[in-house]
Design a protein around this ligand. Sequence first.
Ligand code: CU
Length: 150
Amino acid sequence: MTRRTTALSAAIALAGALALTGCSSSGDDPKLEVSGAFMPQPVTDMAGGFLTIKNAGDAADKLTSVTSPLSDDVTIHETKNQKMQEVKSFDIPANGELNLERGGNHIMFMSLKQQPKQGDKVSIQLHFEKSDPITVELPVEAPNHNPQKH
Ligand code: CU
């Protein structure tokens, strides 16, 4: 009984969300694409994740959280004055991009459930304010890996 009620309210919430989305004109949505993702091989039970999210749409979005089977404690961090601190979200500007790169903004994995090695892949899911979640496989690279931008 409880379960059915929950499913029903979820369906109503979903219908509401769809109706809301339908109100904004098409072409006004963020269009996100992830590239250059990697994780340097962790040397402790913490790891960082780096990637670029391009937004080809005419609406801004926000990266609000990241989840992964590798850790139950995944947060997003910015680096200010060489100190990192957790943030609630990162802006992804319309027709712009969000760069998570070494020395700057990054994804932080704490209390790793296992130690991924170079050549492994780590699955993560990116959650956004507007867009549907995107699943990304992070190739594990050498601990000092730091690709130059083109
Ligand atoms: Cu951090």
